[in-house]
Design a protein around this ligand. Structure first.
Ligand SMILES: [Zn+2]
Length: 285
């Protein structure tokens, strides 16, 4: 089945990599890689149920235990709040795909008028009940915000999950004030590490949760279609436990490095920049 490319409107694509009943296809027009077929609404509901943030089986989609790395997540979000402070004006912020509200928490602690929206019932309830953060259950459109309501929208590792990213970006453009900013992060399918690992890049394995595998060029084009001008592109560091980091490296090397590291070491935090987590700031034009 052919579909119209969200970036260049081509209807022609070729198989890049097969995975189970899904395949990653490559647009013949612009090179954007995307999942085919796209999961149904019912499959997505099932995927993002309670187990997504605390999966029982290694290798299943989602996170082993999202809040296990809470100290590292807070440190990473503190770093992102500090990046925003030097790049954008205005303090009315909405975090789309806010998970358990930790970015909202860090932003509010630094004086931002921040809130969030998150489709996962479990994660949004954690945000409200455990962390006391204003995170609504649902998606951006459910909030029915008036035009020009916000100065900043953030989306951390979210856009690659959205069935209709162009429509979502246009909705974000609508609710941003003139000159407001969208800030997002997503894995870069065109990064050096992704290109050098080729089809072994673990990023291709995030199926069926990742529907799009963007790079700098395709994101720039998509943002432009939605009424944004990119002002900053960089790679942001990950702050994770040594154990988490070793697990990710093991996925690539197929060698269980973590088994040989003492647990005192594995619980320590490290800051690493693998130069694949794209951080983009775009201004509403
Ligand atoms: Zn295309």
């Amino acid at each position: 089945m052919s579909r119209v490319c969200i970036v260049c409107a081509s209807t022609s694509s070729s198989r890049f990599k097969a995975r189970g009943r899904f395949e990653v296809r490559r647009c013949d027009g612009c090179g954007l890689r995307f999942l085919s077929p796209q999961p149904t609404a019912a499959e997505l509901d099932e995927l993002y149920g309670e187990s997504y943030f605390q999966r029982a089986e290694p290798g299943a989609p989602g996170y082993d235990e999202y809040l296990k790395e809470i100290g590292q997540l807070r440190a990473m979000f503190d770093h992102r709040v500090s990046l925003l402070e030097s790049l954008v004006g205005g303090r009315r912020l909405l975090d789309v795909g806010a998970a358990a509200g930790l970015f909202v928490e860090r932003a509010r602690q630094r004086g931002w008028d921040a809130s969030g929206v998150e489709p996962s019932q479990w994660a949004s309830a954690q945000a409200r009940e455990r962390f006391g953060q204003p995170v609504a259950t649902g998606i951006l459109r459910d909030l029915q915000l008036p035009d020009g309501q916000l100065d900043v929208v953030t989306m951390w590792e979210v856009i690659e999950h959205l069935p209709e990213p162009l429509e979502e970006l246009r909705e974000i453009r609508r609710v941003l004030s003139a000159g407001g900013h969208l800030t997002l992060s997503t894995p870069d399918a065109g990064a050096l590490v992704s290109r050098s690992l080729g089809s072994r890049w673990p990023g291709w394995g995030k199926v069926p949760e990742h529907l799009w595998f963007f790079d700098k060029k395709s994101l720039r084009a998509l943002l432009s279609r939605a009424g944004f001008e990119v002002v900053t592109v960089k790679y942001v560091p990950l702050i994770v436990s040594v154990g988490y980091f070793l697990d990710r490296v093991s996925e690539v090397t197929k060698f269980p490095l973590g088994r040989f590291a003492p647990s005192a070491l594995k619980s320590r935090s490290i800051r690493v920049n693998p130069l694949f987590d794209l951080f983009i700031v775009a201004r509403a034009v």
